[in-house]
Ligand binder design. Structure first.
Ligand code: FE2
Length: 316
């Protein structure tokens, strides 16, 4: 049986200003800190069950070390090793605890240059310091501080490499389903892919003018309601942070708001609405170049005409 990825796990982020990033992610976005080990802060949203969905550590500049994915079973990690070998993709093995809270893992580079990490075992620590939710099916109290998103949702990555090789890799090797895509004159320019019923767990875009081949455009946290996005806008404004949105994407149909962490330069999308896919024979939705503006922004503050939108950080 082909191994499968269950879900997006976490992003390992390095920041050139740890204090600014910690304030941004913990007090403004409102993520909870599971623990800090050797200077690395492990953060998650109030209903993220796994140990962390974002790790934050100090470095000379803002970049992403890797993007983690949880497999469906422990055996899947072993099977992925065999498949990667068959495709002549080099990978490195890391024992349990190399990433705190994460079991045995492997890391490899996508054809796009992004480092992906695969693992199955995760710790699911309960909330400490009296911050546990009364609800048995939730980790922390909701709305405790800042914007307070429910959970990690997706990553949006860019590449200047031959993007088609990466779409094929995501689908044929890693088992992602293409849900929507934009066709340009020379092939697909952007695609939304998932292993879950979400429209995308990852969006991958082709951009010719990038400072390095593999970039991260944003990480995204989910809020339950579009009203929560308006509340988030007020909180960002109160903290003197510039943002793009609110608006609604055509692709994915989600309500969005984008803001950049002033410490790392990592963009965060606050995300709600949208639709889910349950059909096993889903036909990917095609958007044409002529439809590009409504694909990006169905209504609201546009994402494509601002210099801010071109900022990305490296994924090593
Ligand atoms: Fe997004």
């Amino acid at each position: 049986m082909k191994p499968e990825i269950a879900k997006l796990g976490h992003v390992a982020l390095v920041t050139s200003d740890l204090n600014k990033s910690l304030f941004f992610f913990k007090e403004v976005i409102g993520l909870e800190e599971t623990e800090e080990v050797n200077g690395v802060h492990y953060l998650r949203a109030y209903s993220d069950f796994q140990h962390h969905t974002l790790s934050l550590e100090a470095g000379e500049e803002g970049y992403v070390k890797h993007i983690g994915w949880r497999t469906k079973t422990a055996n899947c990690v072993e099977s992925f090793k065999e498949i990667l070998e068959k495709h002549e993709v080099a990978f490195e093995e890391y024992p349990k605890g190399t990433t705190v809270g994460i079991g045995d893992s492997i890391r490899f580079k996508m054809p796009s240059g992004h480092t992906f990490e695969l693992y199955y075992d995760v710790e699911k620590p309960k909330a400490t310091n009296g911050n546990a939710s009364v609800l048995k099916n939730q980790v922390y109290q909701s709305w405790r501080k800042g914007i307070s998103p429910r959970r990690f949702d997706h990553v949006n990555i860019h590449t200047s490499t031959d993007v088609n090789a990466s779409y094929e890799f995501l689908m044929d090797v890693l088992g992602f389903n293409m849900r929507e895509y934009m066709r340009g004159d020379d092939g697909i320019l952007a695609a939304w892919l998932s292993v879950t019923s979400l429209v995308h767990d990852v969006a991958l875009l082709k951009k010719d003018t990038l400072p390095t081949p593999a970039r991260l455009h944003h990480i995204s946290y989910w809020l339950d309601d579009s009203q929560d996005i308006l509340r988030a806008a007020d909180i960002l404004k109160e903290n003197g942070l510039q943002f793009i949105g609110p608006g609604k994407h055509g692709a994915t149909q989600a309500i969005y708001l984008y803001v950049i962490d002033p410490g790392s330069g990592c963009r965060v999308e606050l995300f709600s609405g949208g639709y889910q896919i349950f059909e096993p024979d889903w036909e990917p939705i095609e958007w044409t170049l002529e439809e590009r503006s409504s694909c990006n922004t169905y209504w609201g503050d546009t994402v494509q005409d601002k210099e801010l939108n071109n900022l990305t950080i490296e994924v090593r």
